[in-house]
Design a protein around this ligand. Structure first.
Ligand SMILES: Nc1ncnc2c1ncn2[C@@H]1O[C@H](COP(=O)(O)OP(=O)(O)OP(=O)(O)O)[C@@H](O)[C@H]1O
Ligand SMILES: Nc1ncnc2c1ncn2[C@@H]1O[C@H](COP(=O)(O)OP(=O)(O)OP(=O)(O)O)[C@@H](O)[C@H]1O
Ligand SMILES: [Mg+2]
Ligand SMILES: [Mg+2]
Lengths: 171, 162, 162, 171
């Protein structure tokens, strides 16, 4: 499978629907401090099923919903849609008949709390199904291929025991 | 499970030794399992020496050397099982221009070997100049992010502007 | 001792609020003692909002914003009792050019206010251009460091070369 | 007092005697990765009496002695000499009659282990005397004015309890 696009709607500072194309080779992302570059990586990890509060800045899942500014009201939902090109038919069996896979995650703030809804090609699934889909492609939200800002420093100062867990990702 | 970890260690260690040489233009590095005979309980120690320096624990290297060595390790794990996309968020921050040059050259080589699509978040002017394309993130309206295509020549202006 | 800590907190908090504004060109920030009524047992929480953004815990800010905020805090403690020398080792690594500009301007202002001598280790071309003088460290012979005076114009060559 | 010079002899990668002048205003230190910039700061903290193994890279005090290269043999001693200008007579009483203060620390590798010898104006003193001298000038080896590489990241990820200790430096 090839990753082709990440669409953000109301995710953190990306309140307007935004298409982040993932093209071949090397794509650079640039911009001043605080403009939203790391939020793009967080959106990708989030739609792939990331759940650890530590690795996603913020004290809870609600932290990903656009919180408003002095000029715009806050929102009560956020959604990220990941598009995959499956023309090489390398997806897991139950999704392998489609040329394109669309994985989406939407979170809605309700009175009783927040709720994440996952879909693969419009069909509602569990968080686990999305996580397993990417585990097969060895590219889960916690894969070594997604290096968060500061993660290199963490690896340098990590205890040897914690560093060994990196190997377990490869095993 | 124990054997799988040892096999993974073998592969990653070989990748690591090779990637380190490519990033440092020489020198040597190796991984060691320490603190326990059982690999499932052991710790991972990183020994490295840049060209002309003595082999020692990574903790004795300079800030930039440690970052480059840790990057070699992350890539070593990645190359054991390449994912379709790889995103690196400001890993080049502590590197000087010579190391950034080698880092970017390695990225191009990996992209060709694995067909992985790379996304590199950076503030480094040199890194920007080595990318195939650039996207800029701006906050023209305060607190609201927008994604735009950036002319490779306009790159430095964007990174610097407010 | 408890009262001295509270007085120190007062001074540092006022310095911090002021220095944050100077580094961010606006916005606001404050320190809070949390987790205990006894200041000798309390934790130090940092709340901040860059211009146009909401006041929140520092942990929700971007990497560069966090670094600039932590720098404001270190300077706030420093200004409470300025030392004769201040050495900063690559604190500007995650900052973009606009923030580096304000960081250097603040250094000049502090140097005038306190007569402190500042030593700034950096890879940032813009920081180098704002210094009064530059010393370069080289390893012409591998593994052996030498200190040399650097022409402010030659600076970028030195930082990039091997 | 004003800090005027740090002289390194055999300290880490500075095997040749090196004078690091500390002049007024802002002095920038530049150079490639691994060339020795942070070693300069470590030399200053070391001569001021730094003892924490964590804050000085290395597994023991011996780590500061030049360890040799393929072209040069290792050494068995290292010394750093700090010169202070005391023309404003702001030094502690027992040293205040001098225009210049010279603080030196030398470490020698002996068969029975390594030994640090401290001197102020040539007279041998204890480590404590040197630490107290700088405590008076609120500029000890652990003062907030000496910011090590990575210390900003440590402060950001520190627990609130540990951050409060920074305040205790100011109190
Ligand atoms: N829920 C939210 N709603 C609105 N804005 C948010 C939300 N969460 C985070 N932000 C904003 O996003 C900004 C952080 O963006 P991000 O971390 O992506 O910056 P960055 O471009 O990576 O910067 P740096 O170069 O400093 O790392 C913060 O300034 C914050 O105000
Ligand atoms: N005892 C020693 N003897 C000889 N060389 C040493 C000794 N201790 C450290 N070094 C060398 O000093 C170098 C580290 O220097 P330093 O940390 O000052 O680099 P730096 O200029 O700060 O680099 P960076 O920009 O990456 O932070 C290491 O490469 C190491 O080989
Ligand atoms: Mg970021
Ligand atoms: Mg350094």
């Amino acid at each position: 499978v090839k990753f082709t696009n990440v669409r953000l709607v109301g995710f953190k500072s990306f309140v307007e629907p935004t298409d982040f194309e993932i093209r071949e080779g090397l794509t650079g992302i640039v911009g001043p401090n605080g403009c939203g570059k790391s939020n793009l990586l967080e959106a990708l990890r989030w739609v792939m099923g990331a759940t650890s509060a530590k690795a996603l800045r913020g004290d809870g899942m609600e932290a990903v919903i656009f919180a408003g500014t002095s000029m715009r009201p806050s929102r009560n939902w956020a959604e990220v849609i990941l598009s995959l090109d499956n023309s090489d038919r390398s997806a897991p069996a139950e999704y392998n008949e489609h040329d394109t896979l669309e994985i989406s995650r939407r979170i809605i703030r309700k009175e009783e709390g927040t709720q994440s809804v996952y879909r693969i090609n419009q069909k509602e699934v569990r968080a686990k199904d999305v996580q397993l889909l990417f585990a097969d492609a060895s590219s889960g939200a916690n894969s070594p291929a997604l290096v968060r800002q500061g993660q290199i420093s963490e690896l340098i100062s990590a205890k040897p025991q914690n560093r060994r867990r990196l190997l377990e990702e490869a095993a | 499970a124990r054997q799988r970890l040892l096999d993974a260690f073998e592969t990653v260690n070989n990748n690591f030794a090779d990637l380190f040489k490519r990033l440092f233009n020489g020198g040597q590095a190796e991984l060691r399992l320490i603190e326990s005979d059982d690999p499932l309980e052991a710790g991972l120690e990183i020994m490295a020496s840049p060209p002309g320096k003595k082999l020692a624990s990574m903790s004795l290297m300079s800030g930039g050397e440690q970052a480059l060595t840790a990057t070699a390790l992350i890539f070593a794990v990645f190359m054991a099982n390449p994912a379709p996309v790889c995103v690196l968020d400001e890993v080049d921050a502590p590197l000087d221009d010579a190391n950034v040059e080698r880092f970017c050259r390695l990225l191009h080589e990996m992209a060709q070997e694995t067909e992985t699509r790379f996304v590199i978040i950076t503030h480094h002017a040199l890194t920007m100049s080595r990318m195939n394309r650039l996207f800029g993130v701006t906050m023209i309206e305060r607190g609201v992010s927008q994604l735009v295509s950036v002319d490779l020549n306009k790159a430095e202006q964007l990174a610097a502007a407010e």
